[in-house]
Design a binder for this molecule. Structure first.
Ligand code: DQA
Length: 151
């Protein structure tokens, strides 16, 4: 991993997160995905890190992004959306690239329907941030930087 990839973070977003701001605002709030991007960039920049920011509604695109991240970033802040609860393929991709992944959910999934209580991603995540609203992304970026810079 080069010096520059050490100081880059991938923030990855799964299906329907492009609708943030208008999608069920009572659950996900009124901030848009663009607001989240700016929040992540500012949080990372404060520690001298850059952010690569991506959203896709397609599982294969997310898998490709995880593969491409290997050797190019220090780790991934990942909100897999509903794929959290269904995707063995995303969990395998994360296990395969051996990058630290911080799993983020805007809502507190444990307060919601039972099918949201199980995550295929959690067993391969370094840390999990749930129910902190979009600030969870900022916490995720900070946690990733913490993992990468601790003694
Ligand atoms: C989510 C929670 C998931 O259950 C849901 O399918 C989402 C968003 C969250 O950020 O709270 O799309 O990951």
């Amino acid at each position: 991993m080069s010096e520059s990839s050490n100081r880059r973070i991938l923030v990855l977003n799964g299906p329907n997160l492009n609708l943030l701001g208008t999608r069920e605002p009572g659950i996900y709030g009124s901030e848009t995905l663009e607001d989240v991007r700016v929040l992540c960039e500012n949080t990372a920049a404060a520690a001298g890190f850059d952010v690569e920011f991506l959203q896709s509604n397609h599982e294969g695109v997310l898998i490709d992004a995880i593969h491409a991240a290997r050797g190019n970033v220090a780790g991934i802040v990942f909100n897999p959306g509903a794929y959290t609860h269904t995707s063995i393929a995303l969990a395998d991709a994360i296990a395969g690239v051996e990058l630290p992944v911080i799993e983020v959910h805007i809502s507190n999934v444990h307060k919601r329907e039972a099918f949201r209580h199980h995550s295929y991603i959690s067993p391969v995540a370094a840390s999990i941030i749930v129910g902190a609203g979009v600030n969870g992304y900022a916490l995720g970026v900070q946690q990733l930087i913490h993992l990468g810079t601790r003694g």
